[in-house]
Design a protein around this ligand. Structure first.
Ligand code: URA
Length: 238
């Protein structure tokens, strides 16, 4: 693929803008200055720099993020900052999307990708990829809350009973809840339907992938192949 097309695919602007960057001497490939926009390279894994910043070209890009509180998952956030503001412009431009949105006040594991098939595979309720949350409760609870959530609760304004795949108390005010659907405010609504209230919510796991220890709130990086395989698998499989 030509270098101009590679830069365009990686979010560096229109093809004309990318050709301009190359002609103006802003781009190196594998450490060498390249000033010819039509120079050909293999895209996947190509190391390049633009104005001194280093990148690795990917045909599909998936990121793992520790979502901080106070950030919406939409591109045009209305009431808060957007998680997209945590990403550099080229990654925003290439169209990565959150794999399942978290509420603005929810923290924890968030995956973003421009791979539509992966996005569908991880959020489709039919694929049953479990998501594990830790919910801080307003009122101290006992086992009966977990039993109710596992048996099923009727959400307000919903005719369906939804049930947790697993629920256990880590403390009397800290609930670990596993669900594989992604209904609007699902955890908060389930806990409310069971007579309690979520004060804080943190996602710790998707499939078999735990929130990586190296990511502080607001931190993100490209997902590794091992982590991606874990996200697609069941808990305990990684
Ligand atoms: N359930 C919720 O209520 N909120 C989230 O952010 C995720 C799941």
């Amino acid at each position: 693929m030509t270098l101009e097309k590679i830069l365009h695919s990686q979010g560096f602007g229109t093809r004309r803008q990318c050709a301009g960057l190359i002609l103006a001497g802003y781009v190196t490939v594998r450490g060498e200055l390249v000033e010819d926009p039509s120079a050909e390279f293999e895209l996947e894994g190509l190391p390049f720099t633009v104005d001194g910043d280093g990148w690795i070209a990917r045909s599909k890009l998936t990121l793992v993020m520790h979502k901080p509180a106070g950030h919406e998952c939409s591109r045009k956030a209305v009431h808060h900052a957007s998680v997209f503001e945590l990403l550099p412009p080229p990654i925003r431009e290439r169209g990565v999307q959150p794999i399942g949105r978290l509420d603005a006040d929810t923290t924890g594991l968030l995956l973003l990708t421009d791979d539509g098939q992966l996005n569908h595979a991880l959020i489709s309720p039919r694929r049953h990829v479990p998501k594990i949350y830790e919910a801080t409760l307003k009122h101290a609870a006992d086992k009966s809350l977990c039993e109710q959530l596992r048996t099923g609760v009727l959400l307000h304004d919903d005719n369906e009973t939804v049930r947790a795949e697993a629920a256990r108390l880590l403390y009397d005010t800290l609930l670990e809840l596993t669900i594989s659907e992604g209904k609007y405010h699902q955890v908060k609504r389930m806990v409310a339907a069971a007579g309690n209230r979520v004060e804080a919510l943190h996602r710790v796991q998707i499939g078999g992938l735990r929130l990586p220890d190296d990511l502080a709130p607001g931190g993100w990086r490209e997902i590794t192949a091992t982590e991606l395989a874990a996200a697609r698998s069941s808990p305990g499989a990684s």
